[in-house]
Unconditional design. Structure first.
Lengths: 78, 78
């Protein structure tokens, strides 16, 4: 089954990459961009099973996200 | 309005980061992970307007994605 894991910075954590992108967009002529936050996603192909989603959440907690500054969300893809 | 831009490698483009994550997950005891593809997303807060989605697509094409190896998708967040 295909699963997507979204990993993003927790609210309040500074996002220098997002700030840089915002500056770049202002520079390119889009001054109305008020904020940019960056995140990552991982598309995993894992074995089917009733516990697959929980296992992927464990993978995310162990390897894909840094739980100190990032949160994650698991979404089963159709 | 809040808009999310998904940026991912085009099919067929090698993903060394995804391969490294897959290796890491195998190493951690998840041998059933058949593939991993990495991507990025950007959450933008832009001015409302009928052309907002089209403008964000232009931003993605100009700055957020590398059109040679990446494709993108714009999603308006609720």
């Amino acid at each position: 089954m295909k699963v997507r894991v979204f990993v993003g910075l927790k609210p309040g954590v500074l996002d220098p990459a997002g700030e840089a992108v915002k500056g770049g967009l202002h520079h390119l002529g889009y001054p109305d961009v008020a904020s940019v936050r960056c995140g990552k996603f991982f598309d995993l192909d894992v074995a089917d099973g009733p516990d697959a989603e929980a296992r992927v959440a464990k993978m995310a907690d162990q390897l894909l996200a840094n739980p100190v500054i990032e949160s994650f969300r698991v979404e089963v893809l159709p």
